[in-house]
Write a protein that binds this ligand. Structure first.
Ligand code: ATP
Ligand code: MG
Length: 694
């Protein structure tokens, strides 16, 4: 089709009277030429004109070629067009969320086209060369811009930008106003195609259509439009044409002709769509706000069929209303979930756990669930009946809610990722059967991070931070914004390095992070609504919940039972590589001792080797510190100090004269093992601490 002139309408829109030539002709409006403004007092025919305009456009172009948006701020005048298959939405003045969504959709349309046509001369060129992906023309109607100005003043600048930018990208505007004073000057000058119905002050006609107009009858539907006479634009009187509804034969009065036409077009399009379902994706997406409740199940792929790139669906995108995915390979490997209290953070983590468990086998994805808070609040105490809980999912290797459990998990993680520990354990098949840590990824998911301090009694979060670096270990952390502000926490810093964050509700926080997105947020968002931020770009999302009451006629409890029950029925529980309940052999391997029945003696690395990996040395260090801090030197004493690679890191050289430094003394006493560098620096010249003396 002749796309460039596609939005010229000549027929059926009106009749123009040209007294100069004593002739009548058809009113021509070309929306692709310039943005159009229609003036006129209330009840003089603006909305009717709009309806005629949109109806004739709709009759001439399919919903593949033409999409429409309407801000209907003039007493519901456009509602009759609601069923037009071209119509993305007719939005009322008080529907703030839909107004925002409409503006956002139009902005996105322009931006998407901007990017896509970069390699082409123009939109027309793009459409000619991509006929099956051609962009539809978009018509945006604002029926009564003075109401827009009144209620949505903050978006007036956006609106003007859209009008200005839209034309090159096939997005055309039609604006109405009662009086010229209702249209700010800047906007007025953008709207260079103008028509007017009756105005209270006739001198205004000159402002709108220029000089040379003749007075006309004050009849609804009668107005002035600038038309070319020869090559000269002249304001001429016209009468809007309206469709006439056929009165039925039995004499019942005709209904609303606009509505009837819309419905007939809708029915015709429906027939086409049923014959060719692919057409469905070509009609416009609806202008609806994101739902407040998204059942997680509605975004999950089939059981075990998760995306191989570890893009894990947990909600819905606002932009395209497609599943929102946490992309652990493309954007991770780690993810932080923050938000004010009770905004749905735990729900995000629950949905993530369920989505991971549903999408992948325990050989592909295993999990450790960490939550220091009390039983009632713990995020993994969640599920259906009996054992159908998150904690009992076959993918879950362990749950952690205290320091002791964390110590165990950290040690077992070293047996997954630390090559030296693995080497030392290899062969001890009664306690250790290595899993393929390339094939299996381990997610460590920590909720209520604001309350983690009690976990720091043992190896603590620093211990967790040291293990599995650069390997297939993913961290996910949930907490309030406060966790991002507290400084020196290794684990959070590691998780943060991905710069991949979900911020619930708190748009200020998103801005604070320096991220920008394609949305405007003016009021409090519902729970589960937030912004997925990667580096500096943010997008609006709604998180899904697995326990939405009433989906498929099931209670929340039944939904969880079914979802978790299906997963549990499918798989054997995941195993740690070091699976024994008793950690003695693991502790020895971490300390660097050979196993009693030495497994492959010659291959064992010499204990003093500098090749010890960071994780292992850090953990050995931590274990040792822990032991010394609790005053029980037992484990340290039984270990060969030389085996602690990290222990040989330099003790900060104290000035020679500092004779009172107890730590120096203890160094000497321990045969120069340098086991207490921390104490050396925290001594503040005080006598050596208890453990150091011992
Ligand atoms: N995605 C969601 N969709 C709809 N409602 C939600 C969603 N997430 C949470 N909610 C509602 O918000 C409530 C609080 O959710 P949740 O416990 O996940 O919040 P939280 O941020 O973890 O709270 P806290 O600050 O106490 O840790 C839920 O009981 C639920 O009613
Ligand atoms: Mg919570």
């Amino acid at each position: 089709m002749d796309w460039q002139n596609a939005l010229t309408i000549k027929s059926a829109l009106g009749v123009v009277d040209n007294p100069y030539l004593a002739q009548q002709r058809v009113l021509t409006i070309d929306l692709s030429a310039d943005p159009l403004v229609i003036f006129g007092s209330a009840g003089r025919g603006k909305s009717t004109f709009l309806k005629s305009l949109l109806t004739s456009l709709a009759a001439a172009h399919s919903p593949i070629e033409l999409h429409m948006f309407a801000l209907d701020f003039a007493r519901g005048g456009l509602k009759a067009l609601r069923s037009l298959p071209h119509m993305a939405g007719i939005v009322d003045l008080n529907e703030e969320e839909r107004v925002e969504r409409l503006l956002r959709m139009v902005r996105n349309t322009i931006e998407e086209r901007q990017t896509k046509i970069q390699a082409y001369d123009s939109l027309t060129d793009y459409n000619l060369k991509n006929p099956d992906k051609a962009f539809p023309a978009v018509v945006v109607v604002v029926d009564n811009v003075s109401e827009f100005k009144e209620t949505y003043e903050r978006y007036l600048g956006d609106l003007m930008a859209l009008i200005r930018d839209g034309r090159s990208f096939g997005v055309y505007f039609v604006i109405t106003a009662s009086l010229t004073v209702d249209v700010p000057n800047k906007l007025f000058s953008l709207l260079s195609q103008r028509i007017t119905f009756t105005l209270p002050d006739p001198t205004e006609y000159t402002t709108v259509v220029g000089r040379g107009w003749a007075s006309f009858n004050d009849v609804p539907g009668r107005g002035l439009a600038v038309q070319l006479v020869g090559d000269r634009p002249v304001p001429l009187e016209f009468q809007t044409a309206v469709p006439v509804a056929a009165a039925s034969e039995d004499g019942t009065p005709a209904g609303d002709a606009f509505r009837e036409l819309s419905e007939r077009m809708a029915a015709a399009w429906q027939t086409l769509e049923s014959a060719n379902p692919a057409l469905k994706s070509r009609r416009p997406k609806r202008v609806e706000p994101l739902p407040k409740l998204v059942p997680l199940q509605s975004v999950l792929p089939a059981l075990g069929k998760g995306d191989p790139n570890l893009a894990v669906p947990v909600g819905l995108n606002d932009l395209d209303r497609e599943p929102m995915r946490a992309e652990f390979l493309a954007k991770g490997p780690h993810w932080i979930v923050i938000g004010p209290p009770v905004t749905g953070k735990s729900t995000v983590l629950r949905s993530l756990v369920l989505s991971l468990a549903h999408g992948y086998t325990p050989d592909q994805v295993a999990m450790v669930l960490v939550d220091p808070s009390d039983t009632v609040r713990r995020f993994h105490n969640f599920g259906g009946n009996g054992d159908n809980t998150l904690a009992r999912l076959p993918h879950v290797l362990a749950t952690v809610s205290n320091a002791k459990e964390l110590d165990d998990v950290i040690k077992r993680l070293t047996a997954e990722y630390d090559e030296q520990v693995v080497a030392r354990l290899t062969g001890q098949t009664d306690v250790f059967v290595p899993k393929d840590n390339q094939a299996r990824r381990i997610f460590v998911i920590v909720d209520h991070y604001d309350d983690v301090e009690p976990l720091n009694k043992g190896l603590g979060l620093a211990g967790l931070a040291a293990v599995g670096k650069g390997r297939n270990m993913h961290l996910v952390i949930g907490g309030t914004l406060g966790i991002m502000r507290s400084g020196g926490d290794e684990l959070r810093r590691r998780a943060e390095s991905a710069r991949y964050t979900l911020v619930l509700q708190d748009y200020e926080a998103v801005r604070y992070m320096g991220a920008k997105g394609n949305f405007t947020v003016t009021k409090e968002l519902p729970p589960g609504r937030g912004f997925l931020v990667k580096a500096v770009s943010a997008s609006l999302v709604q998180i899904g919940m697995a326990d939405v009451d009433g989906v498929d006629g099931r209670t929340a409890q039944e939904q969880l039972d079914r979802l978790i029950g299906d997963i549990r029925a499918r798989y054997q529980p995941a195993q740690w590589s070091y699976f024994a309940a008793d950690l003695t052999a693991l502790d020895k391997a971490i300390r660097g001792e050979e196993a009693a029945p030495a497994a492959g003696g010659p291959a064992a690395p010499p204990p003093e080797a500098q090749s010890t990996t960071d994780a292992m040395s850090a953990i050995a260090e931590l274990m040792k510190m822990q032991a010394s801090m609790t005053g029980s030197l037992g484990t340290v004493a039984e270990a060969n100090p030389l085996n602690f690679a990290s222990v040989t890191i330099e003790v900060p050289d104290e000035p020679a004269g500092n004779g009172t430094n107890g730590a120096n003394g203890s160094n000497g006493a321990d045969g120069g093992n340098g086991a207490h560098p921390e104490q050396a620096t925290n001594g503040d010249g005080a006598p050596a601490s208890e453990p150091a003396k011992a």
